[in-house]
Design a protein around this ligand. Structure first.
Ligand code: FES
Ligand SMILES: [Fe+2]
Length: 361
C-alpha cells in the first residue's frame, strides 16, 4: 500500500509535500495539537495582545474575573482587526472593536453595540485554551475540530519551586524537527559536547504522549560564577509537537529542574521556541555551589534558575544553527547510536491525519 504520508501532487494539507524544487519534502507547517500562546503575566500587563499564531492573527485578553480568551482577530461584523494596532481595546473586561464598537465577552458573544441591540449571530471565533502554571495554550485542530487529547495535569506548585523564567527564540523551523531533539541522543554529544549520554529503557508511546528517559554528564563553567559538572537524569514527556516537558534531576548537587520546550509555528516559515525553566530550592546541596552558597535559599534558587535557563538557551542556540538550515528527510539513514528517531517519527504521524482520516497509529 502506498504510504499516505508520501503522496505526490496532493494538496498542501497533507503531512509531506513536494517542495518548489520538485525533489524536496517538507512537513505540513501546522500539525494538530496544543500550542503556547502567552503567559498570564504578560497578558495582564499588555491588556490586549495580538500575534500571529499558526498562520492566523489572534487576540488574547483577560476579563475582570481572570478568564482568558484567545480568539481570531477578525470582527464578525464587518471584518475589522481587533488588535491594538487597529485600535481594538479592552474595556471593563470586554473586547471592543475599533470600527463600530461591537463589544465581546470572553465567550466570544457580542454583548453590546453603540447604537442598537447586539446581533445574536455576531460571535467571535474563540479557541479552546488550557493554562499550566500561568502558561496559556490553545488548541489547533485539523479542519477546526475540537481537542482530541489533553495536556497533562499542572505540576504541583509548592512554595519550594522558583518562579518561571521564559526565553523566546524565533527562527525558521518546524515543531517536529525541534521536538525530535529530545530523542536524538547522538546530537547531545556531537553538538552540545555532553558525555556519557545513555538512553534509559526504550521510549514509550501512549496515544498523544511520548516518554523518553536518558542520563548524561556535562562539565561547564557557567556565567563565570560556578564551575559545575552536571550529572543528569532526564525524562522528556512530549505531548504533541508544541509541548515538551523535561523533568531533570541533577545528582551531584541534588537539584531538580523543570524545563518546558514550547514550539509554536508563527506563519508556516518561522517558529517561536519558548524555553521555560523552574528550579526547586536547594536547601542542602550535596556539594558547594561556588559563588552562590552564601545567598538566602530563595534568592539563590532564583539566580540558579536564571543561570540554568541561560545555559539552556545557549545550548538551543547551537541547535538553531542546524535547525534553521536543515532539510526534512522522510527516510533518514539512521545508525545504532541515534536513539529512537524511527519510533518518534511514527508517533508524529497522528498529528497529521488530514483528509478525514483520523486514525491513531
Ligand atoms: S467591524 Fe467590528 S464593529 Fe464593525
Ligand atoms: Fe539540542
Amino acid at each position: 500500500m502506498q504510504n499516505p504520508l508520501l503522496r505526490q501532487n496532493t494538496p498542501p494539507n497533507v503531512e509531506e509535500i513536494f517542495g518548489e524544487g520538485g525533489n524536496e519534502f517538507s512537513l505540513h507547517p501546522f500539525p494538530e495539537g496544543w500550542y503556547y500562546v502567552a503567559d498570564r503575566r504578560s497578558i495582564l500587563k499588555s491588556k490586549l495582545i495580538q500575534k500571529q499564531w499558526l498562520g492566523k492573527d489572534i487576540v488574547v485578553w483577560c476579563d475582570d474575573g481572570g478568564a482568558i480568551c484567545v480568539a481570531e482577530s477578525v470582527c464578525p461584523h464587518l471584518g475589522s482587526s481587533l488588535g491594538p494596532e487597529a485600535g481594538g481595546c479592552v474595556r471593563d473586561g470586554h473586547l471592543v472593536c475599533p470600527f463600530h464598537g461591537f463589544t465581546y465577552n470572553v465567550a466570544g458573544t457580542c454583548v453590546a453595540t453603540p447604537f442598537s441591540e447586539p446581533p445574536k449571530t455576531a460571535r467571535l471565533k474563540v479557541l479552546q485554551t488550557r493554562e499550566i502554571l500561568g502558561l496559556v495554550f490553545a488548541w489547533w485542530g485539523i479542519d477546526g475540530r475540537p481537542p482530541q487529547w489533553s495536556l497533562p495535569e499542572e505540576p504541583s506548585l509548592e512554595s519550594e519551586w522558583s518562579d518561571l523564567q521564559l526565553r523566546t527564540l524565533r527562527f525558521p523551523g518546524h515543531p517536529q524537527e525541534t521536538t525530535e531533539n529530545s530523542v536524538d541522543l547522538a546530537h547531545f554529544r556531537y553538538v552540545h559536547g555532553y558525555d556519557n549520554v545513555k538512553a534509559v529503557g526504550t521510549a514509550t508511546v501512549d496515544g498523544s504522549c511520548l516518554v523518553s528517559r536518558f542520563d548524561l554528564k556535562r562539565r561547564r563553567r557557567i556565567a563565570g560564577v560556578a564551575d559545575l559538572t552536571f550529572d543528569v537524569s532526564a525524562t522528556a514527556y512530549v505531548h504533541g509537537l508544541g509541548y515538551s516537558f523535561v523533568d531533570i534531576h541533577e545528582h551531584t548537587i541534588g537539584m531538580d529542574i523543570r524545563l518546558w520546550v514550547l514550539a509554536t509555528p508563527v506563519d508556516g516559515m518561522v517558529i517561536d521556541l519558548v524555553l521555560v525553566g523552574q528550579t526547586r530550592e536547594i536547601r542542602k546541596p550535596k556539594r558547594p555551589l561556588s559563588g552562590l552558597g552564601f545567598l538566602p535559599v530563595k534568592l539563590r534558587t532564583r539566580i540558579m534558575n536564571k543561570i540554568l535557563i541561560s545555559v539552556q538557551k545557549q545550548d538551543v542556540l547551537q541547535d538553531v544553527e542546524i535547525w534553521s538550515r536543515k532539510k526534512y528527510r522522510p527516510h533518514p539513514r539512521l545508525c545504532r547510536s541515534d536513539g529512537p528517531i524511527g519510533r518518534y517519527r511514527r508517533y508524529c504521524r497522528q498529528f497529521y491525519q488530514f483528509d478525514g482520516d483520523h486514525d491513531r497509529t
